[in-house]
Design a protein around this ligand. Sequence first.
Ligand SMILES: Cc1cc2nc3c(=O)[nH]c(=O)nc-3n(C[C@H](O)[C@H](O)[C@H](O)COP(=O)(O)OP(=O)(O)OC[C@H]3O[C@@H](n4cnc5c(N)ncnc54)[C@H](O)[C@@H]3O)c2cc1C
Length: 595
Amino acid sequence: LTFQRDYGPTLFAGASNVTFDFVVVGAGSAGATLAARLSEISEWNVLLLEAGGDPPEYTEVPLRYGEALTSDVDWTFITEPEPRLFAGLERGRGLISRGLMLGGSSSMNAMMYLRGTRRDFDEWERLGNAGWGFGDVLPYFVKSENFTGGRRRDAVPHGRGGPLTVSPLVSIDPAYSSIADGNRLLRLAELDDTNRFAPPAVGYGPMDFTVRDGLRCSTLKAFLLPAGERPNLFVAKNARVTRVLMQSPADGGNGTSRAVGVEYVAPSGRAGRVYVTREVILSAGVIMSPQILMVSGVGPAKHLRQHGIRVVSDLPVGYNYQDHVSFAGLVFSDRKNRSRADVARESADLVRATFDLVSRGVGTLGLTNLVSFVDTADKGRADVQVVYLRFPYNSTRNTPNGRNKLSNLFGYSDRVATLFDDLNMLSDSIHAIPINVDGRSTGRVALRSADPLDRPKIHTNYLSHDDEIRTLLRGIDFVVQLSKTKPMVDAGLELEPVAYPDCAAHAWGTRDYWLCAIRNVATSFYHPVGTCRMGPTCDRRSVVDTSLNVIGLRGLRVIDSSIMPKVVSVNTNAATIMIAEKGSDIIKRCYGKLA
Ligand SMILES: Cc1cc2nc3c(=O)[nH]c(=O)nc-3n(C[C@H](O)[C@H](O)[C@H](O)COP(=O)(O)OP(=O)(O)OC[C@H]3O[C@@H](n4cnc5c(N)ncnc54)[C@H](O)[C@@H]3O)c2cc1C
């Protein structure tokens, strides 16, 4: 997976002061999509600057998706400590993984393809974002997609022939039917298509994945590589943008400042500049887009002044950080109902069969591929998503960095990870992970210093409302109820009474125990968004307007997951790609290039 025409060496060799029509910063889910779409206009020269390089080969294999986390292709952001959270995580802080490579987080994510519900986007519209309601955005999901599955009972419009391949995966996990049957007994409907939106998707079913011929279909593969030969698309790897270059208004007074280019650092540490005739577009993701804005003088005036940064525009950059909080501490195993010899043999057989599928080009994540959307409080919509993740017997320590897989995935401290290793030494572990997809806490990304190479501070503020904790508790209760259903009991799958060291004062399974366990390991489910919030210009919470222009400036937009005014109630990759698809059309229309 190599992007052949790396413009980086030419740029770094001193071709300074070169000018492009557009510079896109960050080649992630949004940036790779956007740059490819903009370069469809042959008279536009588009430069895409990416801080990382090509993704390692193993990231192609869906089954190995967890390996990139905390590796050198992960930014591995660490949150600030928070009093009510993260007690069982490494150094008492949360882990926020983000891809540092072409394709960005789409090159390391779990590939689940879920778009969001009608309600999600109609809520964006209700918040003042005309043109972003469900009916407006649906065509962009369809435009991207090449769905390889067959016709389904649930009438969801799927795209055929778009660049992004979406495939149903084969699951050979023997727990699939027990969990599915258990869900049914808990009165959840079977969803033929988990992207169903009317009536809202409450139920359980198999997910679709951004997988092509058994391999990952990142935005690098879907959008950038096919555009790679275009003479007007320039992609520079290993170029880290440090700030946006601003030109003050000609009269030096009250006019509007304009973005005229960006400054970057090459791997040698040498700084360079490139300029634009039209626009700079930040697609550096939820943590770095706000950081680049702030070090460039666009952000909360008081905060910028505290760091000695000249204020170009006073905007609430970095606020409105939202995420989905998950609890990955519920583990099923059937060890009590099988001999150790059977455990080892059957687990090895399953792993072999899974790899066999992979080698035949049939993608599988090695997890059950099943998802539940549960309405735990009769809200008429799902407030909890549950995913089910299998770790085969004696595999949790089998990682390139030697750390436990849950430490790499969720930032667990060694003290906590050991509990799961010990269980996994006895049999396969199936983690049932409830995720609160109806949260309302907002956190903040703030500057640590004015140095653009410094890591920003992430204050997650997760679960700051008691009702969010209650939602997670109801999600945990759903899994507990699932464990009591006949199919799970018949399959011998029992919940393991994991004894968190900090929670010894509470009996396992009591409400106080779960509250303590949440405090230990509840953390991000990889969906932070919202730090450059889109909204009407009259709304003081907005950073970009509905055309994704940074408010009050010229020549500068943000187009990535950070613009979401409210996090969608599902995984965020598809919605981010939609934002880039729609964003590119907005730009083309703005310059009269949309047919
Ligand atoms: C481990 C993991 C699992 C996930 N699983 C799923 C899933 O199964 N399904 C799903 O829908 N979503 C999933 N997500 C979430 C989804 O992938 C993200 O929401 C989405 O990729 C965000 O896209 P983005 O374009 O905003 O940012 P990113 O894709 O993160 O792209 C930002 C890009 O900008 C680059 N960049 C940053 N700063 C600079 C700079 N200063 N200069 C140059 N380049 C820079 C980065 O290196 C990166 O390439 C997962 C995410 C992770 C991390």
